[in-house]
Write a protein of this length. Structure first.
Length: 216
């Protein structure tokens, strides 16, 4: 009788053993990890003679490392503006006029970029890359006659979207796993916009910059 009762347990043992084995099997670990980052920089445009500000957000993956270079993809928005003014004096019908001419040029490039970075030693690394995108260019102009007889003011504004591109290179230093500082330079190209019915020449420029980046 006891043998008869133990027989089903003996036959079922492999089934339970198989079930237990299946429960402890875990899938192999994923060796590719994605890191998101966000940062900002401030720089100086050598030709425009104005400051240039940027913010960016992007990602990198530990499996994107051909030849020992870590590859990052990021979107960036930049901003700069140039103010200029001039004052002219002339006499008309025995009245002396003082005319002020003011112009404000605003440039906002939006680019998608790829960056290649290679560790040199410790937390120090070198990077280079480039990007393509579009830039919003706006120009505001105003003319004011400040003489007591007229006091006329005329203003106009026009804008255009144009193609832009950049290449960059520099050095980065990881202060800790989540915070990086970097310094470098870049060459920025802007196509000529059409403003007020005619092509406006905007030269390419060189930028020297300092920036920070947070990784999360």
């Amino acid at each position: 009788m006891k043998t008869f009762l133990l027989l089903p347990l003996v036959l079922a043992a492999p089934v339970f053993a198989g079930t237990s084995a299946k429960q402890v099997v875990t899938p192999p670990p994923d060796n590719c990890a994605t890191t998101w980052f966000a940062g900002a920089s401030v720089g100086y445009l050598t030709q425009l003679d104005e400051p240039f500000y940027t913010v960016h957000v992007g990602l990198t993956n530990t499996c994107w490392n051909p030849g020992g270079f870590n590859i990052s993809l990021f979107a960036e928005v930049g901003y700069t503006e140039k103010d200029s003014n001039a004052t002219y004096h002339y006499t008309s019908q025995d009245y002396r006029h003082t005319v002020k001419f003011e112009e404000e040029l605003t440039i906002v490039p939006v680019t998608l970029n790829v960056k290649f970075e290679h560790q040199i030693v410790g937390g120090l690394s070198a990077y280079f890359g480039g990007g393509l995108g579009m830039a919003w260019i706006n120009m505001d102009e105003s003319i004011t006659d400040t003489s007591l007889q007229s006091k006329k003011h005329v203003s106009a504004s026009d804008s255009d979207w144009v193609f832009c591109a950049q290449i960059f290179a520099g050095l980065g230093y990881n202060v800790n796993p989540h915070f990086e500082i970097y310094a470098g330079g870049r060459w920025i190209y802007l196509a000529d916009p059409t403003l007020f019915g005619s092509k406006q020449s905007i030269n390419d420029d060189w930028l020297i910059e300092l920036g920070t980046r947070f990784k999360f």
